[in-house]
Design a protein around this ligand. Structure first.
Ligand SMILES: *Cc1c(COP(=O)(O)O)cnc(C)c1O
Ligand code: SF4
Length: 469
């Protein structure tokens, strides 16, 4: 098997909305459903490659197949009226720009800019904004390399979809590796840089190298880890095996490890199927062999993974293959969220049930977690306190480092599906951080890290040989 993995060199190619009538596997779907996919894809385009089509989707169980649901547009992703409006234009063969305008109107109704991503988290240097950087939590800087702003999937619940549909230009992205290095060097509180996108591993190795190598400079001692957020491990594992620059990519990983830092993959696996193919497993083995760490995260979404057995299998398989379960997210309030929405109470049940089925090695996973305006809010449980049903909540990460880890409570609401749906329990006026959050937002900076933890150099003590020399 491993022989053929290396001798077969599947070529990466992308299928999108234009190919809906030419992907042979889709021929098994009824013409009316294919038509529905055409309509939805005008508003929420998709992107898929031959590996996902041929090896991840089980076409016998389409349309219910979870990977099919995750990848291809579905009628229910649009509100009935919106669907009908776009459909009418297509049936009437309206000019392309008329359809595009109607699609854009629908897109703008899908909350393309949730949680103040754009306005609030971009740092400044000498008064100038540094596009392509986000610094919301003290220890970690996010970097969006311009060439890595597309992705292996266009998940329609992902907060990145506005970028994929061209609703948002690449204001978020940067070509300036220099900005990143200067910023990290100047900010000793930053111990982790997270390269994200899109998917940074859609970049060629030579381009990725331009961003990573400067960070390895010994003068940036306080940088302990470099992370890469990626779907490629799940949707195009050939990136690590047979792509023309796969070897060079693995050498780059080794270089990071050799610099004395942790290289961590924040791998987006949504379903155990993605870890089941020989290619996927071979890719994981190769990544781990470079000394890198693989941590796994994904949102819980309806039609794909909203049941406990799926998550228990996913976490167990990750541990078995040497990867670390890390976060279960709640999908944000954007895009096709109605279609994928899982109420918070239900998400917590799934988390708890799955958690109870796995060994301690898999219980590194935290969730369900919402990346909301104040920070990453995790649901710790549903409890009854003096007769009132409440959600017990906690911030895992926060705009103000002092808010982290303090329990707080919201009224239990079976239908609540996002942080903004929650109201404080016990007749309180607001959550404990609300006033400070508003004050921070008013300053336009919206971050507060009054206590800089002292950083400590990770320099090794000389070993005996050095002493003897
Ligand atoms: C999740 C996230 C991070 C990373 O948080 P960790 O808990 O360190 O994984 C950093 N910045 C933002 C804006 C995030 O949403
Ligand atoms: S970043 Fe993850 S969730 Fe977003 S589109 Fe890519 S694969 Fe999907």
């Amino acid at each position: 098997m491993s022989q053929s993995l290396v001798t077969d060199r599947p070529r990466f190619r992308v299928f999108g909305p234009r190919d809906l009538d030419s992907i042979p596997q889709l021929a098994s779907i009824s013409p009316s459903e294919r038509h529905a996919m055409q309509v939805v894809s005008r508003v929420l385009p998709f992107q898929v490659n031959p590996y996902v089509i041929e090896q991840l989707i089980d076409w016998r169980s389409v349309p219910d197949d979870p990977i099919f649901q995750l990848t291809f547009p579905q009628r229910g992703m649009l509100e009935k009226d919106d669907f009908a409006r776009v459909e009418r234009l297509l049936t009437r063969r309206a000019p392309a720009e008329v359809v595009a305008r109607a699609a854009a109107r629908v897109q703008r109704r899908l909350n393309p800019h949730p949680a103040g991503q754009q306005a609030l988290n971009v740092p400044t240097e000498d008064g100038a904004r540094l596009p392509g950087l986000q610094h919301k939590y003290r220890e970690t800087v996010l970097f969006f390399p311009a060439q890595g702003q597309t992705c292996h999937a266009y998940c329609t619940y992902c907060f990145r979809w506005p970028q994929f549909v061209g609703l948002e230009d690449l204001r978020f992205a940067s070509r300036e590796a220099d900005d990143l290095v200067r910023y990290v060097r100047a900010h000793e509180e930053v111990t982790s840089v997270l390269l994200t996108g899109g998917d940074p591993l859609v970049m060629r190795t030579s381009v990725l190298r331009r961003y990573v190598e400067p960070l390895l400079d010994p003068s940036i001692e306080h940088l302990a880890s470099i992370r890469i957020g990626t779907k490629s491990v799940a949707y195009w594992p050939h990136r690590f095996l047979t792509d023309p620059d796969a070897e060079d990519l693995l050498r780059l990983f080794e270089q990071v490890v050799a610099s004395g830092r942790s290289l961590a993959f924040m791998a987006h696996y949504s379903h155990p199927r993605e870890l089941s193919t020989p290619v996927a497993r071979a890719a994981l083995r190769r990544i781990l062999a470079t000394g890198a760490v693989v941590r796994c995260q994904a949102p819980i979404v309806a039609h794909v993974n909203d049941d406990a057995q799926t998550w228990a299998d996913l976490w167990r398989m990750q541990v078995q293959l040497g990867a670390i379960p890390y976060y279960m997210f709640v999908a944000r309030d954007t895009g096709a969220r109605r279609y994928f929405e899982v109420p918070l109470a239900r998400a917590f049940d799934v988390y708890r049930d799955a958690f109870s089925r796995v060994s301690g090695l898999a219980r590194t996973v935290r969730g369900p977690s919402m990346s909301a305006t104040p920070g990453k809010v995790v649901i710790d449980g549903v409890a009854r306190v003096r007769g009132e049903a409440v959600f017990a909540l906690r911030l895992l990460q926060a705009r103000d480092a002092r808010w982290v880890g303090r329990p707080f409570f919201a009224k239990m609401d079976e239908k609540a599906a996002w942080f903004d749906d929650l109201v404080p329990a016990f007749e309180e006026e607001s959550f404990f951080f609300s006033d400070e959050l508003h004050a921070l937002q008013a300053t336009g900076d919206a971050r507060s890290w009054p206590h800089k933890p002292a950083t400590r150099s990770l320099k090794l003590l000389p070993d005996d040989d050095d002493l003897a020399a």
